[in-house]
Write a protein that binds this ligand. Structure first.
Ligand code: BYC
Length: 314
């Protein structure tokens, strides 16, 4: 019985038919999706913190409004993704508890500090750029609710990338101090952005199965390579140097070669020892605890409305 269900399921995947919440799915598929979608949601939520740091210090009103909108968008992305994840039979409380207790990961990139205004531009350019590269294929993910959430998320991410690039373009045409600020920021964010795509394919335990299930459509290294190829041309427009002496065009491969990634640094950050890991989790736990009264008030209101309706119906 289980076998024939599994065969039917794989046939649907092979035929590019979306899997929906009420469809039968193998337990491992469900678990993989919960892991990936929840980690993605946590990344959006924690991802608000490095940028939120600059809302009060944005250099003018226009920049402040755009940054505020971007950070709000990220909150929205986190909420769609938690909702998509809940369709797999896990509760939001459980997911949030996993983040707060360190059981669930979130993207390594958000454990680095934003020390200058240029970092806000660089996050938009490189971090959102990497996110788009990774997330556009997820619009074709085999699981319906995740794929549909990704369509809206990707549209908003494109705007985020543009606002970041525009901040950097302005700095690149500014004073010498502004150009240096831009270069210093790119020097600090380039390698962590490369790490966002995850370990090399040979060291990625989940990739092969996730690709067979069409959750992931491309491997970590394929997406990383596309990102490098895209950034090299954009860096020229910004007149900025990507901090990799091995970066050069490879005629035979039709791609840019790039230097070795420091995987020790990556795993160290993933394990909780990056520059801001502790601070990020502390801030989230604190915000969650302080927001308890809002959740209580909202559910008390919802209950009251529901009982009013019940009385009217009766
Ligand atoms: N950071 O077998 P692998 C955004 C973990 S953008 C931390 O390759 P998989 C935003 C991985 O979870 C960022 N951990 O795994 C942008 C696994 O550990 P577990 C969020 C990482 O899942 C701008 C282990 O390493 N985007 O939100 O096949 C502003 C082995 O890896 C990382 C997404 O989440 C990392 N960088 O592939 C605001 C996109 N990389 O779970 C917000 C959706 C790997 O076994 N996710 N690990 O404990 C994906 O596409 C995939 O999950 C990944 C990893 C490509 C990230």
């Amino acid at each position: 019985m289980e076998n024939s269900m599994a065969d039917k399921f794989q046939q649907k995947i092979d035929d590019d038919i979306r899997i929906e919440p009420r469809d039968w799915m193998p337990e491992a598929y469900r678990k993989t999706l919960i892991r990936q979608i929840s980690q993605h949601a946590h990344s959006e939520i924690v991802g608000m913190l490095p940028e939120g740091n600059w809302i009060t210090r944005a250099p003018n009103l226009r920049r402040k409004v755009a940054l505020l909108a971007k950070v709000q968008d990220e909150a929205g992305h986190g909420l769609y993704l938690y909702s998509a994840c809940e369709t797999l039979g896990v509760s939001r409380d459980e997911l949030i508890n996993q983040l707060h207790t360190g059981k669930a990961k979130y993207s390594s990139i958000f454990n680095y500090p934003t020390i200058t205004w240029a970092d806000i531009g660089t996050i938009g350019w490189l971090v959102d750029g990497a996110a788009i590269m990774n997330q556009v294929p997820l619009c074709r993910c085999s699981y319906g609710p995740y794929a549909r959430a990704m369509v809206k998320v990707c549209k908003e991410e494109s705007f985020h990338q543009r606002q970041g690039f525009e901040i950097l373009l302005t700095l690149s045409k500014g004073t010498e101090a502004q150009r240096q600020m831009l270069q210093d920021s790119v020097n600090r964010w380039w390698w962590p952005s490369m790490m966002m795509f995850g370990p090399n394919d040979a060291d990625s335990p989940h990739s092969a199965q996730s690709m067979a299930w069409k959750i992931k459509r491309f491997s970590n290294d394929e997406l990383r390579q596309r990102f490098v190829d895209m950034c090299v041309d954009q860096a020229k427009i910004l007149n900025v140097t990507l901090p990799d002496p091995d970066l050069k065009w490879n005629e035979e491969r039709g791609h840019y070669d790039y230097g070795p990634i420091d995987w020790d640094e990556f795993w160290n950050v993933v394990k909780g020892n990056g520059p801001c890991n502790r601070d990020r989790i502390e801030t989230r736990v604190n915000a969650y605890e302080k927001g308890a009264w809002v959740r209580e008030a909202a559910s008390a209101y919802a209950e009251k409305q529901a009982s009013k309706k019940a009385i009217q119906v009766a």
